[in-house]
Design a protein around this ligand. Structure first.
Ligand code: XIL
Length: 363
């Protein structure tokens, strides 16, 4: 295990996190020198924020204030939201969430500059390499510049790895891959770095934690991409693990820990970026599901943290009242999905206790 000293921003963030969580002693321990306590330093916690709920539900805004050190606009920085009209950028939703985060002194993650989904129709109709490159570069320049110095971390590319790279691969079939080839990733990182040289730049992807050959292959592809960027002198600072955990699957603790060490060897950070639990195949009993999900999240986080401390742990929403899981992974019965740390009435579930342990630095 290699534990780097936190940089200034990180320290400020985690210190605020600890103080907000009421754990003054943990913050002091973090700043102090006692060896052996390093692994118990607070980790910034955050959530994605969905603009509809944010606008309509005061309890949602309160929960963001209370539980988050980091806020991520869930959908409003995607091309679909920003580039609905080809001729102009619509920053309205993202600006609202960024202003909220700043007013409440939360750090921000930007999600995402390049993805094969959530694209307006005109992007999918592009025909030539030159057009795709021109649009991609222009988009990243305008968006990163708009939030320069305000959004500290960007998911520069999202889900560029093929779902199962063991059957051909390694790239996901997207409009960017079709028109630009593997270079789409380099163009994205290079442009983001040039536009805001101080931003932290992250490759974000999913299915790294499962115990199957596909996940192992995905970890290898991620490392290969990172290594290649580094070899070419293109800045990349970390890997984001989405961590949409399937309740019925097992965590590959060994594989994850090796992945952490390999990332560490490349000098890269890791962060958990979209944590939730997909409980579609679990029995309906709510208490049982909540207990199981908390245990799964604990197993996952423990595997990661014991090998490498993530920069942040971000959940994909806070309350079961609003989540993509129910729609995307429908249950066979009519029980509601329970993927997140607060229930639909904003009561903390056992998963929240697990997260708060890490936020306080006692995890
Ligand atoms: C999801 C949002 O949560 C939904 O509201 C939206 O309708 C679709 O996208 N991986 C990602 C996220 O990187 O951007 C996705 O978010 C969930 C899967």
């Amino acid at each position: 295990m290699q534990e780097a000293e936190p940089d200034r921003d990180d320290l400020a963030l985690t210190r605020r996190a600890a103080l907000r969580a009421g754990a003054v002693s943990a913050a002091v321990a973090m700043l102090g020198s006692a060896p052996g306590q390093a692994a118990a330093r607070p980790i910034a916690m955050g959530s994605a924020a969905e603009i509809g709920a944010f606008r309509s539900d005061p309890r949602y805004r309160e929960a963001l204030k209370r539980y988050c050190d980091v806020v991520v606009p869930m959908n409003d920085l995607k091309w679909e939201a920003l580039r609905h009209d080809r001729a102009r950028f619509d920053f309205s939703g993202a600006d609202e969430l960024v202003a909220f985060a700043e007013a409440n002194r939360k750090a921000l993650r930007g999600h995402t500059l390049l993805w094969g989904e959530a694209l307006p129709p005109w992007v999918k109709e592009m025909k030539t390499r030159a057009e795709a490159e021109r649009e991609l570069v222009n988009h990243i320049e305008v968006v990163v510049d708009h939030y320069k110095g305000r959004i500290a971390t960007w998911d520069v590319v999202n889900e560029v790895i093929k779902y199962d790279p063991t059957s051909g691969g390694p790239w996901r079939d997207t409009v960017w891959q079709r028109l630009l080839g593997p270079e789409h990733v380099e163009i994205a990182f290079r442009t983001a770095a040039r536009t805001d040289p101080k931003a932290r730049l992250v490759l974000n992807d999913f299915h790294f934690e499962e115990r199957d050959p596909g996940a192992a292959a995905r970890r290898k592809v991620a490392l290969d991409i990172c290594r290649r960027l580094k070899d070419k002198g293109i800045p990349i600072h970390g890997v984001g693990m989405q961590a949409h955990l399937y309740a019925e699957k097992q965590i590959d603790t060994d594989g994850l820990q090796r992945f952490m060490r390999d990332l560490d060897g490349l000098g890269l950070d890791v962060e958990i970026t979209e944590l939730d639990v997909i409980d579609w195949k679990m029995p309906a009993d709510a208490a049982l599901r909540d207990k199981h999900s908390a245990a799964l999240v604990s197993t996952f986080l423990n595997a990661v943290v014991s090998a490498k401390r993530p920069k942040a742990i971000v959940t994909w929403g806070l309350t079961d009242r609003y989540s993509w899981v129910g729609e995307t992974f429908p249950r066979k019965d009519d029980a509601k999905a329970r993927p997140l740390p607060l229930d639909a009435d904003y009561r903390p579930k056992p998963m929240m206790a697990v997260l708060e342990r890490y936020r306080r630095g006692t995890g």
